[in-house]
Design a protein around this ligand. Structure first.
Ligand code: SF4
Length: 718
């Protein structure tokens, strides 16, 4: 029951034309100057936003049908200034009393859409929105072709309109939506899989592998060259722009140009708006001539036409140190490519950080210079891991469930493995000390795309940068003769920014040992994730990569069990000390129920944690060791340190472990691997050749042991 006292507290006063749109106590200092008043035609939501990677949304009243505009304005103001009653929040669990700025903007856009639909039906006041009208609207949203989770969200926004209307000083009287009263099931489209982070497909291995290789190569091998080239290009451009005319400059200019003209040599050229032009800034900066002197020379020697006919390079005088397979990746970096290389360097750093930490895109974009200091030795001289202290924004609320504009520093820092630390160090060289690592001004102004604005690059813009990076990398792969390193398109569409998190979890869960990244060992990342500070991935730690990783691991182990069952039922043989137990588990263990949960990720994660916590019943694939592991803690030889881990350390698998299971397929692949090693040994001098041969013999002995002890469905009583 809602009490009168509670009503009084939550009921809002009537705003006047000059009333601020955002209440003073919620205004963020950074954007305080953008706060406007009730009668304004546009309401920027920037005064609520402290997250540098969030778009600065604006509510534009011209987009709301005139007939409903004033009612919508009042209820929107109430939404921005008011707070839902605790009874409302409690009855609908997990709902917040106030939305964050982005969700607020989305809610108001949905209200505008609804206003347009009402207008088409001749409805000119929310007072006419009775249960029947709202039912029709619910059906219209259900049948609009959007996902179930999207429908839940959109209808939730309408429910909020009703709830906030009740708190308004002049309620319109819109009725309670029927889906809030009797349940939403009748308004949901048939199940096709919901939206949300975890329904985004992981990136295909074939795409992620070369993408990561190029990103790491750009950060680790090319960064010094690119940063030096960029500095030199800027120096030349600045000199060309500011140098005053001198006789010496004029003489140097002509001394540079005359041999080119007389010999018919290539003319320094660059692209400008789709046309090849004489490289004016480059030549001006190089020779010390003034802009006017260069322009005079362009006319005198017909350089614009000559550049179009005989375009030549503009090499920067900086040594190239980066190498691909031992060969310099460029003879020189060109003046005209310095800016785009800087852009690609920033993008490569983003890819490395997003993929190899599991951070959300906005958390990566919100990192600041200095966020990942070098760890100091403790009193015993031990040096810990690099940790990233960063702010996170998702689902950050205060004690009363209200959105927190500035996010909050993550209680648990992110673990940074070496490639991530390298990327952060590169970014720290790209921005001023203390600034955001993806500072918009530093990353975009350098490319000359847009005027300076505040904050970080947006995830939306980063998506395009990633596509551009892949295109550039593919051009490089072709030019460098590396066809195997071309990044093929992902079968599920654009790479985007939000798929990295799930891709990391997917690849760790399914590729222990690191087939994807080649240079990266996922075992290393998994180990890094299993430190005390970040919480084991089997723990209930929220908000990190652990939830997603647990989910992917549960899915992978469930698939492994199903595969084993199928192989056995179709006549395959199995062996190993845990073979019979594994068969029983594969045939009888309950399904992973998290697979069926489409939208409630907290439940899905909890189901994954429960599924993985069944000691002795979870079947892990270990493609590196060519076996299956029915993990039981007290038998696990990879857990010698005695610390009870909830999962095996697959990259430290020990032969002879009691948890081992092998199939015919494993035996065949053990022999294939042995043969391959033997071939290597034939070309390798002793003693390494002998060691390789011994290794091959050992693999063959595992395969022989399987053959001798295997049993099949036919040999097993039903
Ligand atoms: S040592 Fe045993 S428990 Fe560890 S991964 Fe190998 S089979 Fe599994």
């Amino acid at each position: 029951m809602t009490t009168a006292v509670e009503l009084d507290r939550y009921r809002m006063p009537l705003p006047g034309p000059g009333t601020p749109v955002i209440p003073e106590d919620r205004v963020v200092a950074l954007h305080a100057h953008l706060n406007t008043h009730y009668s304004a035609a546009k309401w920027p939501l920037a005064p609520l936003i402290d997250n540098p990677a969030t778009s600065l949304r604006v509510i534009e009243w011209s987009k709301c049908p005139v007939s409903l505009r004033e009612e919508m304005r009042l209820v929107t103001w109430t939404l921005l200034n008011g707070e839902l009653r605790p009874t409302f929040v409690k009855e609908r669990r997990s709902r917040r009393s106030r939305l964050g700025p982005d969700a607020t903007w989305q809610a108001v856009q949905e209200w505008f859409r609804m206003a347009g639909w009402l207008g088409e039906r001749g409805i000119r006041s929310l007072a006419e929105c009775d249960a029947a009208v709202l039912h029709d609207y619910g059906v219209k949203v259900r049948d609009s072709g959007v996902s179930r989770s999207r429908v839940v969200k959109l209808l939730g926004f309408v429910t909020r309109m009703w709830a906030f209307d009740q708190l308004s000083a002049r309620p319109t009287g819109i009725e309670r939506p029927p889906w809030d009263e009797t349940g939403i099931d009748d308004y949901l489209p048939s199940e096709k899989g919901g939206g949300g982070e975890n329904s985004r497909e992981p990136l295909a291995t074939q795409t992620m592998g070369p993408l990561l290789i190029w990103a790491m190569r750009t950060v680790d091998d090319f960064a010094d060259d690119i940063l030096a080239a960029w500095e030199e290009a800027r120096r030349l451009a600045e000199a060309a722009r500011t140098t005053a005319a001198t006789t010496a400059g004029r003489a140097a200019l002509h001394a540079y140009l005359v041999p080119i003209i007389e010999d018919g040599a290539p003319v320094p050229a660059s692209w400008n708006r789709g046309e090849l032009c004489f490289a004016r800034s480059y030549v001006g900066g190089l020779t010390g001539a003034s802009e006017r002197q260069v322009d005079t020379a362009i006319k005198r020697y017909g350089l614009t036409k000559a550049a179009g006919m005989r375009p030549g390079a503009c090499p920067l005088d900086r040594p190239v140190t980066g190498r691909i397979a031992g060969v310099p990746w460029r003879t020189a970096i060109d003046f005209s490519e310095a800016a785009s290389l800087m852009r690609n360097l920033g993008t490569a750093s983003f890819i490395v950080c997003a993929y190899l930490t599991g951070m959300r895109p906005e958390e990566v974009l919100g990192m600041r210079s200095g966020c990942c200091p070098d760890p100091q030795p403790d009193e015993d001289g031990n040096v810990g891991r690099h940790l990233i202290r960063s702010v996170h924004y998702k689902t950050v609320t205060d004690g009363e469930g209200n959105y927190l504009a500035g996010g909050t520093e993550r209680e648990v820092p992110w673990v940074a493995i070496t490639p991530v630390v390298n990327a952060i160090r590169v970014l720290e060289r790209m921005v001023p000390a203390g600034h955001l690592l993806f500072d918009h001004d530093a990353h975009d102004a350098l490319y000359g795309l847009r005027p300076s604005t505040r904050g970080a690059l947006r995830a939306q813009g980063m998506r395009q940068r990633i596509e551009d990076f892949a295109t550039w990398a593919n051009t490089e792969a072709e030019a460098q003769g590396l066809p195997a390193e071309v990044i093929p398109p992902d079968p599920h569409g654009n790479i985007g920014t939000a798929r990295f998190r799930r891709s990391l979890a997917w690849h760790i869960a399914r590729r222990p040992g690191g087939l994807v990244a080649l240079a990266i060992q996922y075992g290393h990342i998994r180990t890094a994730l299993n430190t005390d500070v970040s919480g084991g991935y089997g723990t209930r730690s929220r908000g990190g990569i652990h939830d997603v990783l647990a989910l992917e691991t549960a899915l992978a182990t469930a698939e492994t069990a199903a595969d084993l069952h199928e192989q056995f039922e179709t006549g395959g043989g199995i062996s190993g000390p845990s073979a019979r137990r594994a068969l029983v588990e594969a045939a009888t263990s309950r399904r992973f129920e998290g697979r069926e949960i489409k939208t409630d990720f907290a439940r899905k994660y909890a189901a994954a944690q429960r599924y993985l916590a069944r000691d002795g019943a979870v079947l892990y694939d270990n493609p590196n060791a060519l076996l299956l592991c029915l993990y039981k803690q007290d038998r696990a030889l990879c857990q010698r340190d005695g610390v009870g881990a909830e999962a095996p350390t697959l990259d430290r698998c020990v032969p002879g472990c009691g948890n081992t299971v092998r199939t015919d397929e494993h035996a065949a692949r053990l022999r294939e691997r042995a043969e391959h090693i033997d071939k290597q040994a034939a070309h390798t001098p002793q003693p390494i050749g002998d060691r390789l041969r011994a290794n091959a013999d050992k693999l063959r002995s595992f395969a022989d042991e399987h053959d001798e002890t295997r049993f099949t469905r036919q040999e097993t009583p039903a």
